[in-house]
Design a binder for this molecule. Structure first.
Ligand code: BEZ
Ligand code: FE
Length: 296
């Protein structure tokens, strides 16, 4: 390359400049759907610009491909490494917020959303007032969690809403990651009563590290970052005639609220665990109300 005169160098680079990018974009055929065309046009443009701007080398590109392949090879029913890779570069949080902002702009005053994360799984319905902890660890604190699901526009209670809840144990593992936890431990679905209310016993959540034995962990190390998440409980709330909400409630007193490894903490998502008196099962209480926007 160095023997190529400067003006020809320019011409050579030009071969893989915008004209080249336009050629790739225009190679999409007429059967491509309009939305896929829009998304892929932007994706190809940005990824070509990114390669040009950083002078990406073949070795660097190959290392990235190897990481993506590694993520795929590692993923299975209890392990979603591709999603985790997106999480540590903030992509799931960004997409969640773009989706939520669209709802805010349409005057939707619903409860703020947060990322799903890789550990949701289908789980049975449990009775209100029961515990999701089947074998409470000695270092855990039980919490009575309860609240009301309401119509975000009218304030009316929403009966028959499903509140799907899951959390990690105090060892930092979700049940599907941990052979020592019972199937469906620390997760369950609760259906609101005629007052829109749900209730359960769960653990006071504790901070935990995201899995670091794959490409996401390797990337975190290369980026000189820690893998910790602040203490949180996950929720998905569904009700007929309403837009569903996926969110997380964070312990206001937790470490890592300011530097969550997956950037999921947003304003309005923290809550305080208070003292609970007269309940032999739990010394702590968490009130968490949810507003759902009507679907129309
Ligand atoms: C979680 O909160 O379960 C989670 C979210 C993103 C990455 C890893 C875990
Ligand atoms: Fe989590």
């Amino acid at each position: 390359m160095d023997s190529v005169p400067a003006n020809e160098k320019q011409a050579y680079r030009g071969l893989l400049g915008q004209d080249f990018t336009d050629t790739v974009i225009k190679s999409m055929g007429p059967k491509t759907s309009p939305r896929l065309r829009e998304v892929m046009t932007s994706f190809i443009q940005h990824i070509h610009d990114f390669a040009r701007e950083t002078n990406l080398t073949v070795d660097e590109w190959a290392a990235a491909v190897q990481m993506i392949n590694w993520a795929g090879q590692m993923s299975n029913d209890s392990r979603n490494e591709g999603q985790l890779m997106c999480d540590i570069i903030g992509l799931e949080s960004l997409v969640d917020d773009i989706t939520y902002q669209a709802a805010v702009e349409s005057n939707n005053p619903a409860t703020t959303s947060a990322i799903l994360g890789p550990f949701w799984r289908e789980t049975p319905i449990r009775k209100n007032g029961t515990s999701i902890s089947s074998d409470t660890p000695a270092d855990a604190k039980l919490v009575f969690m309860h609240g009301k699901v309401s119509n975000a526009s009218t304030g009316a209670p929403v009966a028959n809403a499903t509140v799907d809840i899951w959390q990690a144990s105090t060892n930092g593992l979700y049940e599907q990651q941990d052979v020592n936890q019972k199937d469906h431990n620390l997760r369950g679905k609760f259906v609101t009563d005629s007052n829109g209310e749900y209730s359960l016993y769960c653990l006071r959540p504790t901070p935990y590290p995201v899995p670091n034995d794959g490409p996401s962990g390797k990337l975190l190390t290369l980026l000189d970052r820690h893998e910790w998440r602040p203490a949180h409980i996950h929720l998905i709330v569904l009700a007929e005639g309403y837009k569903s909400i996926t969110t997380q409630v964070f312990d206001r007193d937790s470490k890592y609220l300011e530097d969550d490894s997956v950037f999921a903490v947003k304003e309005g998502l923290t809550a305080t665990f208070t003292e609970r008196k007269g309940d032999p099962q739990a010394k702590l209480e968490l009130v968490y109300n949810i507003n759902l926007a009507p679907a129309s």
